[in-house]
Design a protein around this ligand. Structure first.
Ligand SMILES: CCCCCCCCCCCCCC(=O)SCCNC(=O)CCNC(=O)[C@H](O)C(C)(C)COP(=O)(O)OP(=O)(O)OC[C@H]1O[C@@H](n2cnc3c(N)ncnc32)[C@H](O)[C@@H]1OP(=O)(O)O
Length: 179
């Protein structure tokens, strides 16, 4: 599939953390109200990202009617959110919390409503706090990808990064902290 994404020349291999989620198990994320993965989010993708061997992950997502962009097909921005979730979860195999720094999507074919998108993702390597990832989407035949993505994720200190925002966090009760 065509892409304009270029990996840096100084990229280095990364290693799976020995305590990372075992292959075949769901990678547990941050909170249940996350738009990408949370079971309690009022509207969301509810994507379960499954650890694979090495630095790989997989996931699937049913394309519901509310995800429509063009007539009968998925909205491209919504697909990019799904890629963000799949690739953004993968650095937890390194036991590294990250946020998205840069995201690129290559759309190859329209994705019909009612289909199930299968994602495979992998960590390609890193440079300092930067983690480079790639993911591919298909509708059942891995040889016929419908889209692919590259993501650059930046390792963060969780406490510091969200320090100024946590009082706005929404909880399953519908209440915000302090509200
Ligand atoms: C609540 C729990 C969350 C965590 C759970 C994990 C699972 C979540 C899964 C959910 C998935 C969904 C996830 C989401 O949706 S996360 C939500 C969307 N993302 C954000 O909100 C991030 C907003 N950005 C920032 O906070 C800062 O800019 C960050 C923290 C990213 C960097 O600011 P910081 O001041 O800390 O560091 P730095 O500026 O020195 O940058 C560091 C290095 O990175 C390089 N760089 C930076 N940006 C870019 C760029 N665009 N292209 C190329 N390179 C870039 C930069 O050159 C430098 O490189 P080098 O000098 O080393 O060579």
């Amino acid at each position: 599939m065509k892409t304009s994404f270029v990996l840096p020349a100084d990229i280095e291999p990364l290693s799976r953390d020995p305590k990372a989620t075992s292959p075949g198990r769901r990678i547990n994320l941050h909170h249940s109200m996350c738009f990408g993965c949370g079971a309690d989010a009022p509207v969301g993708l509810r994507i379960d990202v499954i650890a694979g061997e090495g630095l790989t992950v997989s996931a699937s997502m049913k394309v519901e009617d509310w995800m429509q962009g063009g007539p009968g097909v998925i909205h491209g921005g919504l697909l990019s959110t799904a890629f963000d979730e799949v690739m953004g979860t993968s650095p937890l195999l390194l036991r590294m919390p990250v946020v998205t720094g840069h995201l690129e999507i290559d759309y190859a074919k329209p994705i019909p409503l009612g289909s199930t998108v299968q994602f495979t993702g992998e960590i390609l390597g890193g440079v300092r706090r930067k983690v480079y990832t790639r993911a591919v989407a298909h509708l059942g035949d891995p040889q016929e990808p419908v889209a692919a993505a590259h993501g650059l994720f930046i390792a963060i200190d969780l406490e510091k990064h969200f320090a100024g925002y946590r009082d706005r966090a929404v909880h399953p009760s519908g209440h915000q902290n302090g509200a």
